[in-house]
Write a protein that binds this ligand. Structure first.
Ligand code: NI
Length: 256
């Protein structure tokens, strides 16, 4: 069986399926999961979750819609968690989101930059959320990120933007959107980018891949994402699993 690594799964947030069962399904299918945090309180939940679940790892970070809850204490909380839990292997999800509310863009940028600098200090990779904010996200990364590897989570940009990211050494993580009929941009990215920069994810419980659209997503469905990419590239799902797992282990050598 070929191993998969799902680089972004909120498995702790599943509602219709118990997270314990979702993790067990992944273990049975040789799928390792990385669980992101989204808020200043969620970091503790993710810390506990990965301590208590085999085959899971975590990121700590505050994502754009939750930046109003970010304080200096959040950074010291994150530092404590990282020092006490070797299964916390990155900072995320962090970034910019101009889709819902544009009234606090400056605060989003400030908190994004602080967390990039923190990741640099901790020497940990970044898992990045960018929605309708691609230009600013890349500009900030170019300017502030000194030494952290970076992943564009649930990549939603054009092929041109993917190439710009790759030029900066940034990895491209594709999820369920690549299986959607209207996911043309994601399909094109899946087809054209160098495989050494490709990663897999699900972003469950959101963005459920075909053929389960309309139902709750779960981390095991990363296989449908991989299968779609394999079909698009006219290759085998095992090849996609192998290369994306290798890529992920390069970013996160702590994963056993
Ligand atoms: Ni997410």
């Amino acid at each position: 069986m070929t191993r998969f690594i799902n680089t972004h799964s909120h498995v702790n947030m599943l509602k219709t399926l118990s997270p314990d069962i979702a993790v067990r399904n992944c273990i049975e299918n040789d799928i390792t999961i990385i669980v992101p945090s989204s808020s200043a309180t969620d970091i503790f939940e993710v810390d506990n979750f990965v301590k208590n679940h085999e085959n899971t790892y975590g990121y700590v970070g505050v994502f754009p819609e939750e930046v109003k809850g970010f304080t200096d204490k959040t950074l010291s909380d994150m530092e404590n968690i990282i020092k006490n839990n070797p299964k916390i292997i990155g900072i995320g999800e962090i970034g910019l989101d101009y889709y819902w509310d544009k009234t606090y863009i400056d605060l989003q940028k400030e908190v994004f930059i602080k967390q990039i600098e923190f990741a640099n200090e901790m020497n940990l990779p970044l898992n990045i959320h960018s929605r309708d904010a691609h230009f600013d996200t890349l500009e900030i990364l170019k300017k502030y990120n000194k030494n952290s590897k970076a992943i564009m989570h649930c990549f939603s940009g054009s092929l041109e933007f993917a190439k710009e990211c790759i030029k900066e050494g940034i990895y491209i993580a594709l999820g369920g959107v690549v299986t959607f009929k209207n996911g043309k941009k994601a399909k094109q990215v899946a087809k054209e980018i160098p495989l050494e920069y490709l990663l897999l994810e699900t972003d469950d419980p959101y963005l459920t891949p075909v053929p389960f659209r309309g139902k709750e997503n779960q981390p095991m469905y990363v296989k449908y994402v991989a299968q779609e990419i394999a079909d698009i590239r006219k290759t085998d799902i095992d090849d996609i699993a192998k290369i994306t797992t290798q890529n992920t282990l390069k970013i996160f050598p702590q994963i056993s």
